[in-house]
Each structure stands twice: as C-alpha cells, then as structure tokens.
Design a protein around this ligand. Structure first.
Ligand code: CO
Length: 491
C-alpha cells in the first residue's frame, strides 16, 4: 500500500498520544461494556469523571489543554458488569458557543474574541462556567467544577446537566479550587475563594456536608495573589502554599490576555506557606521556602513541632506553558514533570526545607484519602512518565517512607488519574483497587483499567468504543443516591 509523503511526515511529528487531545465526537449510553478479566464482586458504585473534550467551536480553537469544553463520563459497576455514559456538560459557556458558532467565554489560556456589538451589549466579560476539572459532592448534589466558583449540578444517572449549585450565602470571590478538603471529624469541607480587590483576599470557608451555606473561617489579604490549584489540610490546619506565580490584577482587567498569562513568575519571592488554624481562623505561622510550583498537594500532617507537606512539585511554572495544545500535540521536547516533594515547615522557626521522596515523577496524585489525609501515611498513586517527553504513560505507586515504587506500563497506553477505592473491611492502607481511564493509542480507543492497588497488577479492563479525551479528575461513589454519597465519598 502506498502512503502519501505528506501523511508520512505528519505521522512522524504527531506523537501517538495526540489523539487524546482531540474533540470527542459522540455521546453514548451503553448498558454493558465488554469486560476482560474479573471485576471485584464488591465493586458496585460509579466512577464519574470530567475533562476537556471539545477543542474547536466553528472555525475557532481553544489554545490550552485546560480550556476544552467539558464532557462527563460515568462507569457503573454491578454484578461484574460495567455500564457507560458520556455527555457534554451543557454549561452556559457550551450553550453560548454552540448558539454563536464560536468561542463565547474566555478560558484559562484562551480569550473570547467578541465583536464590538457583543461588547456593547455585554461590556463586562462573563466568567466561564465550563466545569471540566473535578466532580464533587456538595450538599445533597453531585456537581462538576472549575476554578470559577459556579459548580454545575448534574443527574448522576443520565449525566444530564441540571442547574447551577445554589450556594446559600454571600461569601465573595471570583476564583476557587476544585479540590476542597473533606474533614470527616468536623463533618464539613474546607475550601477558599480568592476575592480580587484592594487588597485581594483569600476567603477560607467551611461548609457542612449536608449544607449549601459556606461559613467564613479566615480572610487573608495578599497584594499579589498566587495561582494555587490546591491547598493542604492537616488535622488542625489549613495550609495555603503561595508559589511565586503571581497575578497582575490590573493586567487581568485590562490586558486582553488570557487569564493565566496575567500571572508572572517572580523567583525572588520564594514560596510562602500560610498556616491557618481550622477552628479559630488564626494564622499561626507563615514559612518561606525556595521558589517552586505545584498544581497538586498530596498530603500534610503534623509531627512534633513540624508540619510536613507533600506535593507534586515543579522547579518553576514552565509546565503551565508546556500544556498549551500546540506544544503538547506536536510532542515538543522538554515537558516538565513533577517530583514527589516533602516540605518540612518549622512551626517554631518559620523556615521550610524540601526533599525529594522518590525517583519516579507523577501528577494527578491520589491516596487512600479517607483513611490517611492529614495523617502520617505510606502510599501515593499517580500518572507518571516512563519515556522522556511522553504524555503520562504509566501508573505509579510510591511508598513515601522508602521511596520505592511499582509501576503499571503498556506501550502506547496513556493512563489518567488513578482513583483509589478501598476494599470493604480493609486493614492495610493499600488494600483496594485503582480505577484509571487509559487511552490505548494502538487501537485509538480508551479503556477503564482496574488494578489491584497492593500489587499493581491488572484485575480487569473494559473498552469503550471511542477515545475519551484526557481528563483531569473524578470520584468513585459507592452509590449515586445523593443522600448517601456524602457519607461514603473518598472511602
Ligand atoms: Co487538580
């Protein structure tokens, strides 16, 4: 068979994983997927995930991986069978884009190009509600979320978009994290809103598990807000880690640049940890370390007069630029990877020193959250890199006490975040399974992989009839009736 030269040259520069960064073309509901291997009998819930899945609208394209319009997926397990649904999220951003045939609202790395008449009609750009980053239980609902604090409620059965989450309060803020912490002793979650102004404030709040009312815990002023995708929580403290990626607020209002391009790396500022007492709201200490960047904290716990903070750390903010679609899709060399770092904060002296816990790199870290968050622990799971400059191409399990790692790898397969699900009546921290949606570039389809979390060996896999574009986060719910979701989340 003859191949045209231009096809050949395209094939040479397009890495196999690039198909995971293309637009999803179909919405499906499948009652029973084909299963290879054996699914644990006790697995009877649902894995619901979100991610960017539409990267073009009309003739326009989003620029950054984080920008694509959201699609939800659900794998449900019962009696060893697996059903599957995927649906685009009908956010306002999505619906406006479909109606206008062009990008309607600015995203992380893309601005909307609105006409003079559109700007006249709507002079203040509307924030995006394209909730493509995480799935959460809030109040008695399941929501899809992004960093603009307007979660979108969906029907967990059909994945149909329902409504905006109705917060019952007036706490201010234009930005948030999609990674609240769940405090099972206090029966509440903690998160914060960044309220831009003079000064900008980080408004840390708590919200009861069955409530929709946020209560302010602390309001911390900052001159130059940092880009923080997550924060840490120990038994007693909330810890905000301000990296030197700092916002030019005037630029955000005036520059016309995409959101993230108004943040600038200021090495000389270092990284500052602000430790806040969960109950009193008081700032008990601030600690400074060398400059570094991170999307994801992993865990934090108190030990004597120290606070230990583990995270997936980068030396700087280069990774933010590496994740623009163009360099990603063309496999441009040199993508930054994250090391598992531990920072020791001295609650007496206020200093912070970092060490690397393992040789393997990883992102999208997960743990046996319900058992270990805020406490000493052993194991981290994440999506890592075996082949230099590849997309995430292996699932990694790291023992933080020994630095030992075990990996799952298959050629031309690209796993997403491995979600840990504990076995019923577990006794060991790693007694359970990992659920990871993997792109198989060999056959250009995605499959759900089920690994035994202790041995990292495969228990089962189930293939869907299409590519699920690379997602960020999701959760496993033992059952999806809202009334019992909260008591069971993060088991
Ligand atoms: Co995240």
């Amino acid at each position: 068979m003859q191949t045209r030269p231009e096809t050949q040259s395209t094939a040479q520069i397009t890495p196999p994983y690039a198909i995971g960064l293309t637009t999803a073309t179909e919405e499906t509901t499948i009652a029973a997927l084909p299963v290879e291997g054996r699914i644990p009998d006790w697995l009877t819930g649902s894995l619901i995930r979100t991610g960017p899945a539409k990267f073009e609208v009309g003739g326009e394209s989003y620029r950054h991986w984080f920008d694509g319009l959201a699609m939800l997926t659900r794998f449900s397990f019962s009696d060893g069978r697996v059903s599957y649904v995927n649906r685009f999220l009908a956010s306002d951003s999505f619906q406006e884009a479909m109606a206008k045939g062009k990008i309607s609202r600015g995203e992380f790395g893309t601005t909307a190009r609105n006409s003079f008449w559109e700007r006249l009609r709507d002079p203040i750009p509307r924030p995006t509600d394209n909730a493509n980053v995480n799935i959460l239980p809030l109040g008695d609902r399941l929501v899809s979320t992004t960093e603009v604090p307007q979660p979108i409620v969906f029907n967990p059965d059909t994945l149909e978009t329902l409504d905006k989450f109705p917060f019952d309060d007036h706490i201010l803020g234009q930005m948030t994290t999609v990674h609240p912490h769940f405090d099972f002793d206090r029966q509440c979650l903690f998160n914060y809103l960044t309220a831009f102004g003079a000064p900008t404030k980080y408004n840390i709040y708590r919200m009861g598990f069955r409530s929709s009312r946020r209560e302010l815990v602390a309001s911390i002023p900052t001159k130059e807000p940092a880009y923080m995708h997550t924060f840490a929580m120990s038994d007693r403290y909330i810890i905000l880690t301000e990296f030197p990626l700092r916002l030019n607020l005037l630029g955000l209002a005036m520059s016309g640049k995409p959101f993230i391009e108004n943040y600038h790396w200021k090495t000389d500022r270092g990284t500052r940890f602000t430790i806040v007492d969960k109950d009193s709201g008081e700032v008990v200490k601030t600690c400074e370390s060398e400059p570094f960047f991170s999307f994801h904290h992993i865990n934090a716990f108190e030990q004597g007069d120290e606070l230990l903070i583990d995270l997936a750390g980068y030396t700087d903010d280069k990774v933010v630029r590496d994740l623009y679609l163009n360099p990603l899709r063309t496999g441009q060399a040199g993508r930054a990877t994250a090391a598992v770092k531990r920072y020791r904060l001295s609650l007496n002296k206020g200093d912070a020193t970092g060490e690397t816990l393992a040789n393997e790199t990883l992102e999208l870290p997960r743990t046996h959250y319900r058992q270990i968050n805020g406490k000493p622990y052993q194991f981290i799971y994440g999506a890592g890199n075996r082949i230099l400059d590849n997309f995430n191409d292996q699932i990694v399990k790291i023992n933080v006490n020994t630095g030992e790692s075990v990996c799952w790898f298959e050629e031309n397969c690209y796993p997403g975040e491995p979600v840990f699900v504990s076995a019923p009546n577990y006794s060991a921290e790693d007694e359970g399974i990992l659920l990871s949606v993997v792109l198989n570039a060999n056959c250009q389809k995605s499959f759900l992989l089920i690994l035994d979390a202790r041995s990292m060996t495969e228990l089962a896999r189930t293939e869907v009839p299409h590519v699920i574009p690379f997602q960020f986060h999701g959760q496993y719910f033992p059952a999806i009736e809202p009334a019992i979701v909260l008591s069971q989340v993060h088991r």
